[in-house]
Write a protein that binds this ligand. Sequence first.
Ligand SMILES: [Zn+2]
Length: 430
Amino acid sequence: MAPVLSVLAAGRASTTAQPPPGADGSEPAAALAELQERRVWTFDAGSGIQVCFDNLFSGARLNGCEQLGQREFRLLVAPEREPINPSPWYALRIRSSKPCEVTLRLAIATPKARPRAWASRDGRRWAMAPDSQWVGEPGDRECTIKVSIVPDPLFIASNHMIGIEELDAWSSRVAMESGVAVEPIGRSTGGRPILAFTLNPQAPPDHVIVIGRQHPPEVSGSVGLMKFVERLQQSDAALADFGRRFRITVIPLVNPDGVHEGQWRCTLGGIDANRDWHEFSQPETRAVRDKVLAMAKEPGARIHLLLDFHATDRDVLYTPAPGSAVEPAGFVQAWLDGVQSRFPREKLESTASHNLDQWTFKRWAAETINAPGITVEFGSLTPHERIAAKARVFAEVMAEVLAAQVPSREAPKPRVPGRGDVVRPPVTVP
Ligand SMILES: [Zn+2]
């Protein structure tokens, strides 16, 4: 039997159920997330045809596989912990020794799930299964998909896969184009580096901070983050002034273990990272917190905005809680108004009252950094071109509003000596 192709590498480090000691010197938190067994399932599908399933790639999640009929299979998908958010993730690879058609019954372990199926031959270009191949409604415990398979592998997942490899490659490219370095700011429970880079490091220490993928399946959030940052990279008339005046620090992948393990919500420590911004029980949230606090302590530093990219069932913005004493005080309303004016045919949804009692990154931003923290949510089925168009406008309007609201601190020009000044000859060192 030919070996299963490894189109996607297995990630930056292997993950085991026993985490290594905490990279920041602390004792590791017990790994509470339940890991899937990584393996290949092989079945006899009749007429001399073998059908193989596997989860041996980064981002895969497939917890079990059973044969119901000759070419009908049940695929078991379970979260890393329960109860959990109804945003299931699964990703698997399937191939057969000869072309054939199979029926897959996806059994999602948690009710109220809202999965869809996307397919890809190369793990990079994805298409959603058409209605003719898919039977499943939100809340169904079992959804059915019919697929044609061949000896070359077919990836099937609950959304596009944008994982560690893609995000790291994107960070390296953007940083290289901008002449800056990508640096680790800490390590996850599984020992994976959490990477960051800063655009416009020559600007005064007026900071914008952008983070993403606290929640592993939220691929649309990564698309938005990438398009937002790529827009800020450009130095056309709309962005040139911003580029001279503001630094942007980007942390694209806060939860690399969760993405590698195909988890639905949590870190490898079994904790929802975006509920950990008070406890800081996880090395991932501690790494981001320590980086932001270190930036805030630099002489003259000011942090003006912290954005956290996610995905949910629709496009929506979660803004600071009512009454938050954040600076710049007028930023959020001016930004929302500015963005809305650019999309006159769509009523943009935003709320300041989401998850007020939860310790989210945006709450920590408001209460500790005293700057607006905004959760930017894109719909998991919003077309990527639409996400890109919105993210670019988010960037342009942000640049405009911050440039208007934050006093400029461009490096003072050298003063021309005037009358009465004592002009000393330059000191020469022998
Ligand atoms: Zn999220």
